[in-house]
Design a protein around this ligand. Structure first.
Ligand code: PLP
Length: 303
């Protein structure tokens, strides 16, 4: 994880009245398993864990978490043991039905399932001490992997060649990624975040890390909340894939791109704007989502 990585930019040709030019930065292609922003968020954390001579890294996530999958692989690649504390005790018996958990386990991650009630305590000191008592010393990475070092890593998503864009758009979960992008952006640029979940705590969370105010969250495209999807989102993602040959994920990048197309159509951006969207990855989650969609007899995402 030491080599500096830059990802390619592609135009997304799109006819529209205002001559808005849309580009996509393929962070999803920077690593076969540690995709997109999770690579950026882990980079300095893994280095720090090694510097502190930790042998184990412990983190938290849901059953389909990109962060869990990425952390499991990154730890394996860097010779660290990993523990994933997973929300939902009922999943203990279901590891083999879940592609994300199966992958994490195949990388050597020890999976520990806890109740949703316990999961809510995951940032309380008392709860962490209990985990230390149980598993010994570890490097602690919060849910979603967001901390100062993650934000530092996410600054590297943006480089000097991106100065030509008027807008930089990204998906938002915990806000770590957008914070890094904000901190790397020029003040004349505007950073736009598309939260994948409901809730107004995000503005505050981003303010903790962001050093500039040239950003805004567009909260209209979460499709009902985290992990929630609707058939029109799937239809859009499949159209996008068929037209541009770029896969999107249903939790984050699909929602952002849906929102961007909608905003462009409704004249949100001034004429002739150059808009860069960050493809933050997340494609490992598609097969798990498709298993869920199949059970519900809903249309599937083309992989
Ligand atoms: C985790 C994730 C995000 C959210 O990143 P935050 O730093 O938590 O805001 C966005 N996109 C993808 C694909 C992710 O996996």
């Amino acid at each position: 994880m030491h080599t500096p990585t830059t990802s390619s930019i592609q135009q997304v040709p799109l006819e529209n009245k205002g001559n808005i030019q849309l580009y996509i930065k393929r962070e999803d292609l920077i690593h076969p398993f540690i995709s997109g922003n999770k690579f950026r968020k882990l980079k300095y954390n893994i280095l720090e864990a090694k510097r502190l001579k930790k042998q184990t890294l412990l983190t938290f996530g849901g059953a389909y978490s990109n962060h869990i999958a990425a952390t499991a692989y990154a730890c394996k690649e860097n010779g660290l043991s990993s523990i994933g504390v997973i929300r939902g005790e009922e999943l203990t018996e279901k590891i083999n039905d879940n592609p994300t958990l199966r992958f994490a386990q195949s990388c050597g991650m020890k999976l520990v399932f806890i109740t949703r009630d316990d999961y809510r305590k995951k940032s309380e000191t008392e709860f962490i001490i209990k985990l230390e008592y149980k598993f010994g010393d570890f490097y602690l990475l919060p849910e979603g992997g967001t901390n100062e070092l993650a934000v530092k890593g996410c600054k590297e998503i943006i480089n000097s060649e991106d100065e030509k864009f008027d807008y930089i758009c990204t998906c938002v979960g915990t806000g770590g990624t957008i914070s890094g992008i904000i901190n790397a952006s020029k003040l004349k640029q505007k950073v736009i975040g598309f939260p994948a979940l409901k809730g107004d705590f995000l503005n505050q969370d981003i303010r903790k890390f962001a050093v500039q105010n040239n950003w805004e969250l567009i909260t209209d495209y979460h499709f009902g909340g985290y992990g929630k999807i609707k058939p029109e989102l799937i239809t859009f993602m499949n159209m996008f894939k068929a037209t541009y040959n770029i896969s999107l994920d249903p939790i984050y990048t699909g929602k952002m791109m849906f929102g961007l197309f909608d905003l462009i159509e409704h004249g949100f951006f001034p004429n002739d704007s150059k808009v860069l969207a960050i493809h933050t990855g997340g494609l490992q989650g598609v097969s798990g989502m498709n298993l869920k969609l199949k059970r519900k007899n809903l249309p599937l995402i083309k992989e």
